[in-house]
Design a protein. Structure first.
Length: 452
């Protein structure tokens, strides 16, 4: 991490010449500008501007109709990009480059834009703090590594995707040695950027990797997550390879998850989820928090699984959950208690895919947990055994269509986020569905062109 003073010194020493000024968008991509360090130090550190369509476009940068926040009718004005100088850091994998993350402010009032993912999470974190808790989380991140570059794949080469490994590489130290040009550079790059990387490992599919970052306060964790994704892509690209964080890039292979580990702490640093006398060392507070997440799991699923593709990951027998139930150390349940009986006791939500927006995912989970605490909710009994086969267990929505309806109808999220935010992200989900309904795919042509 760097202070502005340290950035100036690094610039004067010829170490840094470029500052990326970035804000996470709805898809959690880093969007922004590259500043010459001199100009950033002169004025850019105070604020810059971007078109306000950045919180209303889809993955293809389409100007999507139906958002109240911005439109052609409103003229697509500007947002203020306000650097959060506490996030200023070097990016060791890009020569001479630093990064700062920004909050997005209304151009006229200078208030935070309600539909900005960072603002949405900050609001829930502040709510937890008002209740006397610091919310902490870790978002594990899985992804696939391919031999080909993005450029090679773009020219119709997606069918040629070659995973970097020929076999399931779960915990494999030999196979992952072959991936060290990427993974070592990633671990060291993140470490140099002030991101507390714990480890990387091979995952349970050919070409699949996982990277773990140490848990931290939720806003920092979401910041770490988006920078880690960017770093993984940039370092892979530099090596002529590519990576994907799609939840399910191939229906014949496992999907990629982003499990979210969560815990609440008192303002003076005591683990509020721990009660050594309770079942598995869980405090009454933790039980209420989990009860809230179970009760509202359907409503927050669109925040954990934002695309049509995300739902193809929820299939039986591949470690991705299909049921919103809880269990101790059971990987078939949507929610798992980890670190039982220790100060690391926490709940891991296993519903989210690697395609989630970490700001929205953490905000949704926290809002549901806090609703459980406020309502003094009772935690149901633990689910034992294989939850895939349990017909009684609460289902995770099977489609984005269902999840979007539940999001739209969520009184809990409307109270926590505001109607404008819920309506905005419901529209984002519906747009994905509309596009999916409209576009003719390779699969349809293969199946129907001759024989249909
Ligand atoms: P696993 O064996 O499932 O990989 P780890 O011990 O590696 O479990 O932890 C997984 C993640 O949980 C790590 O990113 C770690 O930082 C995080 N974690 C550990 N303790 C807590 C906690 N109290 N609250 C939230 N996350 C935590």
């Amino acid at each position: 991490m760097m202070t502005l003073h340290e950035l100036r010194a690094a610039f004067e020493a010829g170490e840094i010449d470029t500052v990326l000024v970035a804000a996470p968008d709805m898809q959690s991509r880093l969007m922004g500008k590259r500043f010459h360090a001199a100009h950033f130090l002169e004025s850019g550190y105070q604020e810059t501007h971007c078109c306000n369509y950045l919180l209303a476009t889809d993955m293809e940068m389409m100007t999507v109709e139906g958002y109240a926040s911005t439109s052609w009718e409103k003229g697509y004005g500007d947002y203020v990009m306000k650097p959060d100088l506490a996030t200023l850091r070097r990016l060791p994998w890009l020569p001479g480059t630093a990064l700062v993350l920004c909050d997005l402010l209304d151009h006229h009032t200078h208030e935070e834009v309600a539909v900005s993912p960072r603002a949405i999470l900050k609001r829930q974190v502040a709510r937890a703090r008002e209740m006397g808790y610091v919310a902490k989380a870790a978002t594990e991140l899985e992804f696939f590594i391919f031999e080909q570059s993005y450029e090679a794949l773009r020219d119709g080469g997606a069918d040629l995707l070659t995973p970097i490994s020929g076999y399931n590489e779960d915990y494999h130290l030999f196979q992952t040695s072959k991936e060290e040009p990427l993974m070592r550079a990633l671990r060291n790059g993140l470490y140099g950027a002030g991101i507390p990387v714990e480890n990387s490992k091979g995952e349970a599919e050919a070409g699949q990797a996982e990277i773990n970052i140490r848990y931290d306060e939720m806003l920092s964790t979401a910041d770490f997550h988006v920078i880690t994704k960017q770093a993984t892509k940039e370092i892979a690209h530099g090596l002529g390879k590519s990576v994907t964080f799609m939840a399910k890039y191939d229906h014949r292979r496992a999907g990629s998850s982003s499990h979210v580990h969560q815990s609440l702490w008192s303002l003076d640093g005591a683990p509020a989820f721990l009660d050594r006398g309770g079942e598995y060392g869980m405090s009454a507070l933790m039980r209420q928090y989990m009860a809230g997440q179970l009760a509202h799991a359907g409503e927050i699923t669109a925040l954990l699984a934002p695309y049509v593709n995300s739902y193809k990951r929820f299939c039986v027998g591949m470690f991705a959950p299909t049921k919103a139930v809880w269990s101790l150390d059971n990987r078939t349940a949507g929610f798992r208690v980890c670190g039982d009986g220790t100060k690391a006791v926490r709940v891991e939500c296993r519903i989210g895919g690697a395609d989630l927006n970490p700001y929205l995912a953490c905000a949704g989970l926290l809002a549901a947990g806090l609703a459980g605490i406020e309502g003094g909710m009772e935690l149901e009994a633990e689910m034992r055994g294989d939850s895939y086969q349990n017909a009684q267990a609460r289902e995770i929505p099977k489609t984005l269509r269902h999840a979007a309806d539940l999001l739209e109808g969520s009184a809990m999220l409307r109270a926590a986020f505001g109607d404008d935010v819920v309506d905005h992200y419901t529209r984002a989900a519906r747009w994905e569905i509309e596009e999916h309904d409209r576009v003719v795919t390779d699969w349809e042509r293969r199946r129907l062109l001759e024989r249909g």
